[in-house]
Design a protein around this ligand. Structure first.
Ligand SMILES: Cc1ncc(COP(=O)(O)O)c(C=O)c1O
Length: 412
């Protein structure tokens, strides 16, 4: 049986990551506090350029930034249709209103034109997402934001550039949001950062970080079980479904931490900010030290899918370039949901939570998220037709070859 092809079963957890996780696990006195947090802060400040503050997730990093901006009730933040619910949740938690601007089908990103029509006197910022590592028009958005005196926030949860680029990402924003989540650009199992080039804002966010609460030792332990759970239970057993009772058991004994809570799916986020635990900082730092390797692997698979797609006449997104370290490689197909169900029978799991929904995942309450049906037609079209192929570190070229053959058969 082919080892599973997937997006979400520990995409960063290879042997090297596992070795680091075990090393970190054997230092239980440094789970919550230690020197890795400061080391990560210094590394990120240097890499991205600006004041870095660290929190327990990307969503909390965004919330801290919005709190530091002192949003007044009713003030607006422009986000794109086709985003994760945690983004509008953070805006709501900070007292703001998310305004959904439509995306360009070729880039899955905002455009200056789609943003311009959403700007009002209440607009305070634009969050530009670089969806799946595709480059958004930051130059155009920068001009627009300067014209209206509003902040440009680059959400780099899906991509962190390295020496080989993409140079357009992370350079023009007033603030950069990073996530160290399980399937993001780099991973610390959980965690996030906000880096800003505005000193006043940076100081306000650092003060919010100082008063943030620590995760408990038990919570960090639970997070550290993620890697062995994925590597030794989910990946080997997913083909026969046996992972389910084992995960249910782990859940019952409190050794499970979901990426999204029920409250978050329903459009609510706690206003509490939590510090990045030292163990997760150590893992994120290790992952950051492997950024070139991680991105080069993504570039290799992006180039492979692109070449195969061209040869096979697949409907490819115009913005995809072979030098991009895509977090995943999007295709548009008809009956995408049915195709994913067929692929599952071959142990190919392409469900990534970014399908069939403008505010993801598809179980989100759109009213609570503040999205009205019909608002962003491109985003609605894209999310129905999207089928994304994995590019992560644990996806091998051998698996990619199997995947393109299988998809080739499905697309005819
Ligand atoms: C585009 C985007 N921004 C921000 C986040 C928040 O990251 P985190 O999961 O670390 O809170 C996510 C997470 O799914 C995301 O997809």
């Amino acid at each position: 049986m082919l080892s599973p092809i997937h997006h979400t079963f520990g995409p960063h957890v290879d042997r090297e990551a596992m070795r680091k996780i075990l090393a970190v696990s054997f230092a239980p006195n440094r789970y919550v506090q230690g020197k890795s947090t400061e080391e990560l802060r210094v590394a990120l400040s240097k890499k991205i350029g600006g004041d870095a503050s660290l929190f327990a997730s990307g969503r909390e990093s965004l919330l801290a930034l919005l709190k530091a901006m002192n949003l007044r009730s009713g003030e607006e933040i422009i986000v794109q249709g086709y985003t994760c619910v945690v983004v509008p949740n953070a805006i709501h938690a900070a007292g703001g209103v998310p305004i959904y601007a439509d995306i360009d089908e070729a880039t899955l990103n905002l455009t200056p034109e789609s943003v311009a029509v959403c700007i009002t006197p209440r607009t305070r910022a634009v969050i530009c997402q670089h969806t799946f590592g595709m480059v958004a028009d930051t130059k155009g958005l920068r001009v627009l934001c300067d014209l209206h005196n509003i902040l440009l926030i680059e959400d780099c949860a899906h991509v962190i550039p390295d020496d080989s680029g993409p140079k357009e990402i992370g350079t023009l924003g007033d603030a950069i949001i990073l996530s160290f989540g399980r399937d993001k650009a780099i991973s610390g199992i959980t965690g996030g950062a906000v880096i800003t080039r505005k000193p006043d804002l940076g100081a306000a966010i650092r003060s919010l970080e100082s008063s943030a609460i620590d995760l408990s030792w038990h919570e960090v332990t639970t997070l550290l079980t993620y890697a062995p759970r994925m590597r030794w239970i989910v990946r080997p057993l997913i083909w026969c479904g046996l992972q389910k009772p084992i995960l249910a058991l782990l859940n019952a004994i409190g050794l499970f931490s979901p990426i999204l809570t029920e409250d978050e799916r329903e459009g609510h986020m706690s206003p509490l900010l939590r510090k990045l635990p030292n163990a997760c900082a150590a893992l994120a730092l290790h992952s950051l030290s492997r950024l070139k390797e991680i991105n080069d692997h993504r570039r290799m698979l992006t180039a492979f899918y692109l070449e195969e797609g061209k040869k096979r006449g697949w409907p490819l997104l115009l913005a995809i370039r072979s030098d991009l370290p895509l977090q995943k490689f999007p295709l548009f197909v008809s009956n995408a949901k049915e195709k994913r169900a067929l692929l599952r029978k071959d142990n190919i799991h392409l469900d990534d939570g970014w399908t069939g929904c403008v505010v993801c995942p598809d179980t989100v309450d759109l009213d609570e998220a503040g999205y009205a049906s019909g608002l962003d037609p491109n985003a609605e079209k894209v999310c129905r037709a999207i089928l994304s192929l994995p590019t992560h570190l644990t996806m091998t070229m051998k698996q990619a070859k199997v995947l393109v053959e299988r998809i080739g058969m499905l697309l005819g």
